[in-house]
Every structure is written in structure tokens, then in C-alpha cells.
Design a protein around this ligand. Structure first.
Ligand SMILES: [Zn+2]
Length: 234
């Protein structure tokens, strides 16, 4: 059955409330897993952790390898051990749900961790451009993001599937970040299509959430905004 674990720092609801001015370091995150996703201080771009390297996927499609001391206000990571690999066609982001159901160990109310590799015939990614003022909520940053579409691009998607009941703690449903093979482009995946890619999948039944101890986290008013979350993270 489930063998993988997820470590998460902070809550998506904290980002929705604009809490993003400090967090754990890149060095600390890498101890928690070899693949994952998140964001950086002041929500300056998307974070992707792949095989132990943390990348900052910046607006305008630029990528840099993060410094060990860079701070991370939100991230989820796992020591990924695939239980099964499938070769699949993906007609859309929504089709991933059906693909995951083919997985022998599929369980609706467990988390799933996966990695998709291959050539994507179409990919639409976004990167947040960062807060314009201290405490600006993520829900507002949806208007201030860089969106790019790519065709026939080879690379890797790191993804998590969270049960709907966890909305606001995690992103319910699929949460995926992409990086291309040359490590030149990437972002939070909004849409995708692929004729033939491989997907390695694992179920997750252990979830460890570390909460920030900062005054800002403790003072934040947090509630789950399902509609807002779907519009900014969907
Ligand atoms: Zn994301």
C-alpha cells in the first residue's frame, strides 16, 4: 500500500492571506525530499524541486538554481519512490485524474505523488511575479502573473494530487510544476496535452505539516476560499 510521505511547510491558505515574507531555507527543504513544489519569499516565482536541486521559475520564463539560503514560505516535498509507471496519452490536465485511477493502488482519499516525463505537445504554464506590497494575498496575484504556452517541449512535471477535503491546506486536486529538459523554461502547469508520456505514481498516507511560528502567520486571518483558490491555482 502507501509507502510515500509528504512534508509540507505552511499552508496554501497562508499564501492566500499574503503570508510569504520568511520560511525555511533551500537547504532545509532538500532534507525533506528530492522532488516537490512551492514558492519563494514574496511569492517571487514558482519553486520546483527535482532530484535534489531547487529551481526558481521566474516570470518571463527565466530559471535560476536557488541559493542554499533562499527562503521558502510554502513548499511540499517528498522522497519520491514510484510504485508503478504507466505510459499514457494526456488530452488535458483533467485527464490526469482518469490516468491516476488506472494506478493499482489508487485511493480517492489518500494523497498521490507523481512525476510525468516526456514530450508535451502543448503546455500552458504560469509564474507568479511576486508581491507588489507587503502582505499582498495570492488571490490578487492571479492578475499579475506571467503565462506562456509551449509546443512540443520535452521535460518533467512534478505533481501532487490532494483529496478535496484538504483544500486550503494543500491545493485540492492536481498541483503540478514543469521544467524543461534544458532547464530553460518552466512554471505552474495550467493546461497540458501529450501523445505519449510516462507517469510514475505513488500513494501517500503520511503527511507532515510544519507551521510557521512567525508573528505574521499567527496574526493572519485564514479561511478556505475554494473559488478563489481554483481561479489562482487551478
Ligand atoms: Zn503551483
Amino acid at each position: 500500500m502507501a509507502i510515500n510521505e509528504i512534508y509540507q511547510y505552511s499552508l496554501v491558505n497562508a499564501l492566500m492571506s499574503g503570508v510569504s515574507d520568511s520560511g525555511i531555507t533551500v537547504t532545509q527543504l532538500i532534507e525533506k525530499g528530492n522532488q516537490g513544489l512551492g514558492t519563494f519569499v514574496r511569492m517571487d516565482g514558482e519553486l520546483l524541486l527535482l532530484d535534489g536541486t531547487v529551481y526558481q521559475l521566474q516570470a518571463e520564463g527565466k530559471i535560476r538554481v536557488a541559493e542554499p539560503d533562499d527562503q521558502i514560505p510554502y513548499a511540499a516535498a517528498t522522497h519520491f519512490r514510484s510504485q508503478q509507471t504507466l505510459t499514457v496519452k494526456l488530452e488535458s490536465k483533467d485527464s490526469i485524474e482518469a490516468v491516476l485511477k488506472k494506478f493499482d493502488d489508487h485511493a480517492n482519499n489518500l494523497f498521490m505523488s507523481y512525476r510525468i516525463e516526456g514530450v508535451f505537445s502543448r503546455l500552458k504554464c504560469r509564474t507568479v511575479k511576486g508581491q507588489e506590497y507587503d502582505g499582498q494575498p495570492l488571490s490578487e496575484l492571479g492578475k499579475n502573473q506571467f503565462v506562456a504556452e509551449y509546443e512540443d517541449v520535452e521535460g518533467t512535471i512534478v505533481g501532487f494530487r490532494s483529496p478535496s477535503t484538504w483544500q486550503g491546506f494543500f491545493v485540492a486536486g492536481e498541483h503540478m510544476h514543469f521544467i524543461d529538459k534544458e532547464r530553460k523554461i518552466g512554471g505552474h502547469v495550467l493546461e497540458l496535452e501529450a501523445d505519449e508520456v510516462t507517469i510514475g505514481i505513488a500513494t501517500v498516507n503520511n503527511v507532515h505539516i510544519e507551521l510557521p511560528t512567525s508573528d505574521k502567520f499567527n496574526a493572519a486571518k485564514m479561511s478556505t476560499d475554494d473559488v478563489g483558490l481554483k481561479s489562482v491555482e487551478g
